[in-house]
Design a binder for this molecule. Structure first.
Ligand SMILES: NC(=O)c1ccc[n+]([C@@H]2O[C@H](COP(=O)([O-])OP(=O)(O)OC[C@H]3O[C@@H](n4cnc5c(N)ncnc54)[C@H](O)[C@@H]3O)[C@@H](O)[C@H]2O)c1
Length: 351
């Protein structure tokens, strides 16, 4: 991308737990880097919190009390409830919403953002297209006609907001654009590696949530740490097999050794919300929706929905009970079965 003299305007599309943690990083970074405009727009899905609008709370108290309580946001991060207004004139768009809302959001802003704008998605999930698998980045790219990079890693939002050390991975199709987002997002304690394997990076972020559901079932069923380690290992092999099959072999196994791969998988299977809710799902007999309401204070789970999407994609390809390609890992004997088993254990069918 060639830069005009004016600094690049950033808009964060989303303001949940991760969106707010990232807003803290970006708000602080743009103050130090002249390349970027010093005010950052953040689109906030408006909610009423004890009689006050969430946007007013963020703009006056500089805290997202609902999704990232206890952490101050920089005062140059401006919460805007109108999506179209928030993205107007943006040069850089950071997409960080639960994946189920991406179509609605893209449809609302398509045509408003110039095609020379660049995007990055931090969204962990997959979409379903007529051909089966569709990446969220492809959905955004197709709808908006802009280049999209991805950022995925072992990044539990509250730990990042607390400035605890972690790594992450940016996957890009155009290296220059990946490096620009690295400038925007890297801090001394949030270390970024840029790779060109964007599709594999994105698939890692989506698929690890399926494995985390399996890990949660394992905890809920009191199967012990050896079994959980087996679920994680088999889950990783399945992630690699799935990615290689659906990205037509153009993925590097080395990408799975980056933060977006093995590191994110481990974090999610021990600390993430998908594991926690899956454990409760087995133990309490409540529905996922009930548990989301009770345990997540408005946050959304990605794992169960991604499990169902992966299941549908495999079914569409006639691969539910067969091995994927020549891989011996994605068989019904292994993890997908385990996830399915966890749901079946509670009488829930993924079909
Ligand atoms: N939280 C984490 O630790 C973390 C870390 C890395 C990646 N991610 C990924 O980032 C993405 C966003 O997660 P999050 O944790 O910021 O979100 P979240 O689950 O904390 O929050 C839900 C968000 O959805 C918004 N929302 C609610 N109803 C909506 C609607 N009808 N339309 C549009 N938006 C609506 C809310 O305003 C809020 O911003 C997800 O894909 C997640 O997997 C999360």
């Amino acid at each position: 991308m060639s830069f005009s003299i004016s600094p690049l305007k950033v808009c964060i599309v989303g303001s949940g737990n991760w969106g707010s943690a990232v807003a803290k990083i970006i708000g602080n970074n743009v103050k130090k880097l002249q390349k970027f405009a010093s005010t950052v727009n953040m689109w906030v899905f408006e909610e009423n919190i004890n009689g006050r609008k969430l946007t007013d709370i963020i703009n006056k108290d500089h805290e997202n009390v609902k999704y990232l309580p206890g952490y101050k946001l920089p005062d140059n991060v401006v919460a805007i409830p109108n999506l179209r207004e928030a993205v107007q004139d943006a040069d850089l768009l950071v997409f960080v919403i639960p994946h189920q809302y991406i179509h609605k959001v893209c449809e609302e802003i398509t045509g408003l953002v110039p095609r020379k704008a660049l995007g990055i998605t931090l969204i962990k999930g997959i979409d379903q297209g007529p051909e089966g698998l569709k990446l969220i980045s492809d959905t955004i790219r197709e709808k908006m006609g802009i280049d999209i990079s991805v950022l995925m890693g072992a990044n539990i939002a509250n730990e990042v907001a607390a400035d605890k050390f972690c790594e992450t991975t940016i996957g890009c199709k155009i290296l220059e654009n990946g490096l620009l987002f690295k400038e925007l997002l890297q801090t001394p304690n949030f270390r970024i590696t840029v790779v060109d394997d964007a599709d594999a990076v994105e698939l890692c972020g989506a698929l690890k949530n399926v494995v985390a559901v399996g890990a949660g079932f394992c905890d809920g069923l009191c199967y012990g740490d050896n079994t959980k380690a087996a679920v994680i290992r088999l889950g990783l092999m399945e992630m690699i097999a799935f990615a290689k099959f659906f990205c037509k072999g153009q993925v590097s196994t080395a990408t799975f050794l980056e933060s977006c791969g093995i590191a994110d998988l481990i974090t999610t299977c021990y600390g993430g919300r998908n594991r926690r809710v899956a454990e409760a799902f087995v133990k309490t007999g409540k529905s996922i929706e009930e548990l989301e309401k009770e345990m997540l204070n408005g946050q959304k789970l990605q794992g169960p929905q991604t499990s169902a999407e992966v299941h549908n994609i495999l079914k569409q390809k006639g691969m539910l009970d067969n091995k994927i390609g020549r891989s011996k890992y994605l068989s019904h004997e292994n993890h997908l079965f385990f996830v399915k088993y966890g749901f079946l254990h509670r009488g829930v069918c993924l079909d």
